[in-house]
Design a binder for this molecule. Structure first.
Ligand SMILES: Cc1cc2nc3c(=O)[nH]c(=O)nc-3n(C[C@H](O)[C@H](O)[C@H](O)COP(=O)(O)OP(=O)(O)OC[C@H]3O[C@@H](n4cnc5c(N)ncnc54)[C@H](O)[C@@H]3O)c2cc1C
Length: 387
């Protein structure tokens, strides 16, 4: 056996999983196909508690900006709701440095990390993964392990090769620009724009990273994301007049909720590969780290005890907190998908900042929805679907 565990993907999920396994003294190899960490587009927003989940201090070198609230704009932008203070504060990370920090923790715990190593195939035997083939600088290599972690994001090769049931896995396509010289009015307040003209079945975000740079992106379903983002930028010259795009990226964000099966034999899926993202916000950094952390601890327990049944604790434990939140947020997303712009404007005028944050994150949903139950249209379109 080459390694006790192999982790595929050095994103937030994989790096946490590897750290947890290595910290118990087991041998772990992380395989990452890219030549650098953090190359994938990301708006980089997290709540303060992301650092607790990451189990590292919020060092200034890992943070681009501190966020004190959000503006959420319904189609009628004059009805924007400001959310500020309390629990709504967070950071725009320097995600690449953040991932370097997570990698540093994993390596210092004893994990081995190989970049430019793309997993091509997994060999299965009797329902268990026995070995895998990865390509490193044009050369194919075989490797054996006791446990395998598929933390390889959207389109996971591990999920497909190991025969996971991916029905219900749904992504929203996104495009993000890194822009310079934007005139974002309050740089410590993130801005979210909704509406069928602005971003059908999705939203536009403007997250300032500092006084010079902002992450500006869009997620939409069934329409061309770039066309809508360019239209949004052109229609907001007060913010974007004189600004320029310096980097363009994007990718799919899972919004269909967690898939039904996240453990199969000696293989676990964590993070985007398992659909572990809050569906309304598309936030997956913290949920993925949480998954990696729990799955890694369960693998370490299985290795310690010699009993692979310890892996069944992963879905149960993840479901208790994260699974419930993902499920509730998905329910709210499904109800919001039915709303036209007039309904969204009405909703915007009735909701407080607390309501928006709770709904998006799947918290206190009953309290918020009870508020709409008194309104005939919203009662029918939202309350009845969520409660
Ligand atoms: C445009 C955009 C904006 C976003 N903004 C936010 C945000 O503001 N806040 C937030 O919380 N979340 C955000 N997200 C979501 C967040 O980025 C992801 O949910 C999170 O990164 C998932 O972590 P992960 O470790 O599961 O997967 P990933 O971060 O995708 O990491 C997977 C890793 O696996 C590697 N890999 C893939 N296939 C292979 C293979 N075959 N062999 C070896 N390596 C492989 C990839 O190169 C990658 O490094 C955003 C996503 C997008 C696309």
């Amino acid at each position: 056996m080459d390694y006790d565990a192999v982790v595929v993907g050095a994103g937030p999920a994989g790096l946490m999983a590897a750290r947890k396994i290595a910290s118990k003294g087991f041998s772990v190899l992380i395989l990452e196909k890219e030549k650098d960490l953090g190359t994938r587009a990301c708006a980089e927003a997290v709540s303060f508690s992301a650092f607790e989940t990451a189990e590292i201090p919020p060092s200034p070198s890992l943070i681009s900006n501190t966020i004190n609230g959000a503006y959420v704009f319904p189609p009628d932008e004059t009805k924007g709701v400001k959310i500020s203070g309390g629990d709504y504060r967070g950071y725009i990370l320097n995600k690449q440095q953040f991932l370097y920090a997570l990698a540093s923790q994993a390596v210092s715990a004893g994990a081995d990390l190989k970049m430019r190593s793309e997993v091509k195939d997994v060999k299965m035997e009797g329902g268990r993964a026995k070995s895998l083939v990865y390509s490193h600088k044009g050369e194919d290599k075989d490797i054996t392990f006791k446990y395998l972690v598929g933390a390889d994001g959207v389109g996971s090769r591990i999920a497909k090769s190991c025969g996971f049931d991916l029905s219900g896995f749904e992504i929203i396509p996104t495009i993000q620009y890194v822009m310079v010289n934007c005139k974002v009015p309050e740089k410590d307040i993130i801005r979210i724009y909704m509406g069928n003209e602005v971003a059908p079945l999705g939203y536009v975000w403007i997250f300032a990273k500092n006084e010079y740079v902002a992450n500006v992106g869009i997620g939409v379903r069934g329409k061309p994301a770039k066309t809508y983002l360019d239209k949004f930028i052109a229609s907001h010259p007060d913010i974007f007049g004189g600004s320029k795009v310096v980097k363009e990226g994007g990718g799919g964000v899972p919004v269909g909720g967690q898939i039904s099966e996240i453990v199969k034999g000696n293989v676990v899926l964590c993070g985007d590969s398992a659909g572990q993202v809050i569906p309304i916000t598309g936030g997956g950094i913290r949920t993925s780290m949480g998954a990696g952390s729990i799955a890694g601890a369960c693998i370490a327990e299985a290795l310690e005890s010699g009993d692979s049944r310890a892996l069944t604790k992963y879905p149960a434990s993840y479901g208790e907190y994260w699974g419930v939140r993902i499920g509730r947020s998905l329910k709210v997303l499904r109800a919001l998908e039915e709303l036209g712009d007039d309904d969204l404007n009405l909703l915007g005028s009735m909701m407080s900042g607390d309501d928006i944050v709770d709904l998006a994150n799947g918290l206190n949903v009953k309290r918020v929805v009870a508020k709409f139950s008194r309104h005939p249209i919203l009662a029918m379109k939202i309350a009845s679907k969520i409660l």
